[in-house]
Design a protein around this ligand. Structure first.
Ligand code: DAH
Length: 352
């Protein structure tokens, strides 16, 4: 038995010394130290030996096993070192090559413009107030003085989420940010229902309309709404505030004009234009020859809307306005297709 062990050790070490690659080393491990190797056979035969022989052979077998294992580890190390030396010699690394550029992300143009509008309004004392994108018909229309079947609803075809049982109060995706006016006024009024505090807020966010998608209309877009309610607020405050907004947004020299308009939730209502910043008012394709660009709708908050928000229209007045950041961005960069905003084409997005 002992002779056999010596033989196993000797031949194992000899064959190990001839090994030059990892695959052969693994094959050597299986045949020399693996479960059915001659050495392991010795271990399994220990039980058949006499009481005297067993410890002697057992110790010898263990010694041979340890010796072979450490010789194998040493060999593996030699092979690794050789492989490294070879790769250092053969493969060249040009450390002067420039590294791979890391792509830095940026804000979507809509977000950039949304933030710009909000930053200007914040300087003017308007706080951001966010309200839900999913609304009831009551919030989105009725409380804003669009009764069911009112023709003004025609302009805001809607995506309904739940109708049927709900009769005249279906649930829909909001078609404008104006329902935020009701949410905000009600929350403010609840703080002191007898004498509600003044409101000066900006309502940003996504709106949804069931539109045919074309270069000029999308089914989703952002709006920023402004609302100021208090005692003694007049149309002069509306004009002053919005003229100042236009100057902060388009430059101190910006000229504006107000045109009479109609919205159910304001009375009187107006639309504000800025003098075309492309042609300076002379007339060009961007302003379609008129010299003016329409940028927002506005008006004095309708008494019914004040009432619905919890503000007594005999004591409170206010003004509101609503604008579209994507539209402003399109005018600024002369983009002629609104679909580019949600088309996820990096060739468009990377330009900003
Ligand atoms: N909600 C209107 C729309 O989506 C925009 C608007 C017009 C908002 C006049 C206002 C306003 O607050 O006073 O078309």
């Amino acid at each position: 038995m002992l002779d056999k062990l010596n033989e196993i050790e000797k031949s194992g070490l000899e064959s190990l010394n001839t090994i030059t690659d990892p695959t052969a080393l693994e094959a050597w491990r299986v045949s020399t130290l693996g479960r059915s190797s001659p050495l392991m056979l010795v271990f399994s035969e220990l039980g058949t030996l006499s009481k005297e022989e067993r410890p002697v052979v057992g110790q010898a077998a263990n010694r041979v096993k340890t010796a072979l294992e450490s010789a194998m580890d040493a060999r593996a190390q030699i092979l690794r070192a050789a492989a490294l030396a070879k790769s250092l010699e053969q493969e060249t690394l040009d450390v002067t090559l420039p590294g791979r550029r890391i792509g830095i992300g940026r804000l979507h143009p809509s977000t950039q413009q949304l933030r710009r509008v909000l930053a200007i309004l914040a300087e003017m004392g308007f706080q951001v107030y966010t309200s839900p994108e999913v609304e009831t018909d009551e919030m989105n229309f009725q409380l804003l003085n669009f009764p069911p079947h009112h023709p003004a609803r025609e302009m805001q075809d809607s995506f309904y989420v739940e109708a049927g049982e709900r009769g005249e109060n279906p649930i829909l995706m909001r078609t404008h940010t104006s329902p935020g006016q009701i949410h905000a006024m009600r929350e403010y009024a609840s703080k002191n229902p007898k004498d509600p505090p003044p409101v000066r807020i900006a309502l940003p966010g996504m709106c949804f309309r069931y539109e045919q998608i074309t270069a000029r209309s999308e089914i989703q877009f952002n709006q920023v709404e402004g609302l100021a309610v208090g005692k003694g607020i007049t149309f002069a405050d509306l004009k002053g505030t919005l003229t100042d907004f236009a100057r902060r947004m388009f430059g101190q020299g910006a000229h504006v004009r107000f045109r009479a308009s109609y919205f159910p939730f304001t009375e009187p209502s107006a639309e504000m234009d800025v003098e075309c910043f492309v042609c300076g008012g002379a007339g060009c394709p961007v302003c379609k020859g008129s010299g003016w660009l329409e940028i927002l709708g506005c008006g004095m908050v309708h008494p019914i809307v004040l009432q619905n928000g919890g503000y007594d229209p005999k004591r409170y007045t206010g003004f509101a306005f609503g604008m579209g950041p994507e539209r402003q961005w399109m005018l600024r960069y002369r983009i002629n297709d609104i679909r580019t905003f949600w088309a996820n084409d990096v060739r468009f997005l990377e330009q900003f």
